[in-house]
Design a protein around this ligand. Structure first.
Ligand code: ZN
Length: 70
């Protein structure tokens, strides 16, 4: 199971894969971070869905947040 941490600071987002230990990536925003995590998961950890699930959950929460701001 791939466990990818998304570390969001003020200026940039850093991703770490706890399973690879060496893999990390940078992203400009959370959408790009989740895309990068899913791409890594598909490439390096085929069969795992954790990043894909996290991206689905994030998109759902982002949609809800946008809806409640209106
Ligand atoms: Zn990995």
């Amino acid at each position: 199971m791939a466990r990818i941490t998304i570390d969001q600071s003020a200026s940039s987002i850093i991703l770490f894969c706890q399973d690879c230990a060496v893999w990390h990536a940078f992203a400009d925003d959370l959408a790009a971070a989740h895309d990068s995590a899913v791409a890594h998961e598909n490439r390096t950890h085929p069969g795992t869905q954790e990043a894909a699930h996290a991206r689905r959950e994030w998109r759902r929460r982002a949609r809800n947040a946008a809806a409640t701001r209106r």
